[in-house]
Write a new protein. Sequence first.
Length: 614
Amino acid sequence: MADIIQLLPDHVANQIAAGEVVQRPASVVKELLENAIDAKATSITLVIKDAGKTLVQVTDNGVGMSVTDARLSFERHATSKIKSAEDLFNLHTKGFRGEALASIAAIAHVELKTKTADSEIGTHLTIEGSKVISQDPAVVPKGTTISVKNLFYNIPARRNFLKSNPVETRHIIDEFHRVALAHPNVAFQMLHNGSDVFNLPSSNSRQRIVNIFGNKTNEKLVPVNEETEILKIEGFVLKPEFGKKSRGEQFFFVNDRFIKSPYLHHAVSSAFEGLMKNDVHPGYFLFLEVDPHSIDINIHPTKTEIKFDDEHSMYAMLRATVKHSLGQFNIAPVLDFERDKGFDTPYEYSKKSPTAPSIEVDRDFNPFKEKPKQGNINFPFKREQSASWESLYIGLNDEKAAVSNLGDIEFESEEVTGSLFENTETESGQLTFQLQNKYIVSPLKNGMMIIHQNLAHQRILYEELLKNITVKEAVSQQLLFPLQLHFSKPDLEIIEKVREQLEHTGFIFSEIKDETIEISGIPVLILESHVVNLLSQLVHDIKEDVPDSGFSQNDMLAKSMAASMAIKTGISLNKEEREHLINQLFACKEPSVSPRNKLIFTTMDVSDLDKKFI
Ligand code: ADP
Ligand code: MG
């Protein structure tokens, strides 16, 4: 019998391999994005048309390829990433199989433009169905652009299998999310049919999550952090109440590579046990780092499955770490002024048994009611033998007394009621006074709180504005006579850019043209006379710090407006205004720091005061 075994021609082998690597446009997106990351790009743009069926294009500013490498990169098993089988166990790159480009080129029209940093001129290569059509020198920037057109043009059956555009787009966005989440320091942009889908500046992991999933995500995140000899875990889980019936956001990354692992998923879910209903799934973004020798990623052509040497320890550690983070988050209250009473005794006294000193409080003394007599100014205590010293000491130590003592100090318009050391039963917390028209002082159970009025108000307005901009439900006050404001052309363009967000805060622009804006409605939160300042400040801030992504733009806008609108230092506030400000502040999500990260309030308790008198 004649020999019947033959080697498959390359282009057939490539087509078969393509079936494994490329199932849909999203697979192309994943491979191209990963190659760009491996090429050390710091900025990557993904452009798709018709859910990737017509075009998937990735542009990076990475290392690029030489003329020869450009050609070789489309050969099967052509990779720059491993040289021997041994390297497989030491992987720090995404790719290593050298199949992706060869596979893609077998089933699409591919165009490559690339240039390395040290070559003067780049190269432009076109391939169709594994055949090189042309390769020419080209003037291109450093980096690589690969365009993949008409995917599966030569395999109609596969093309017919593709799902509707929304479904394929969903898959592409999923892949985009995975790569973008794993590399927050890389800037990403995504455009679909000419419009922006994502614009993610280089940031940290938390900001990246928020930039992708929206600013509401920020408050849902519980940080997770653990490092042991064999495993480092970082990232976030979503608070139990934000679990979803559908799968929702579940991301595992191992050594910066997205993976699917039902086993590890189970570990996380079991950490949520008792905190969520059975049919609800937890959300998480977990970044695991392990020794590359201890895993095998080679078991699946699309490299989303992974095998760990020591799966059981992984499971146990992950579960314990997530449980611990959830626990910490549950016990840690936001604000807690309750303290251990033991601390209230000044250190020097804490170990001594009290002995009676020879001074006594002059219980009739009130510095506000009568002018102290000469000689009595600095020392309002009468020296007397055998007095009851304890009463003074106990008084200071008593919570109620401490509160009312502070509360009774009133410098503003209010009438002075009690004596300084009188133990009146006033309602604590409602007593406030203003210091230098700058700080609001409010008694606490055990001391006092000093609040910076301007920063506090900025925080309140910022949260309110951010909510309005994102939820889009602010109320406007109609102006009887529309305001006409003049701005330079470039400034007007800036305002035009944020017009939509401004409208969400309550602005109504009846006309923007030439160098004039006509405003017929303004947010209820501001005065008409402040509008000019506010808009000028906003234009200035945007020029200083040009935010590109949707979220940081909203954030910046809210910060700038809050700063313009907030009650300034020097403004006197009445009792109601002070109380209102405090109540609003503590209804904020983040009452302790201003939108620009300054401390809003500080507290001083009796033991701090006691230390001053030792
Ligand atoms: P792999 O990533 O597994 O090595 P690919 O087929 O994806 O295989 O890519 C083949 C080779 O082409 C890579 O090893 C790399 O040398 C080169 N390459 C691919 N994409 C890029 C890019 N965006 N920038 C620079 N080099 C690239
Ligand atoms: Mg690759």
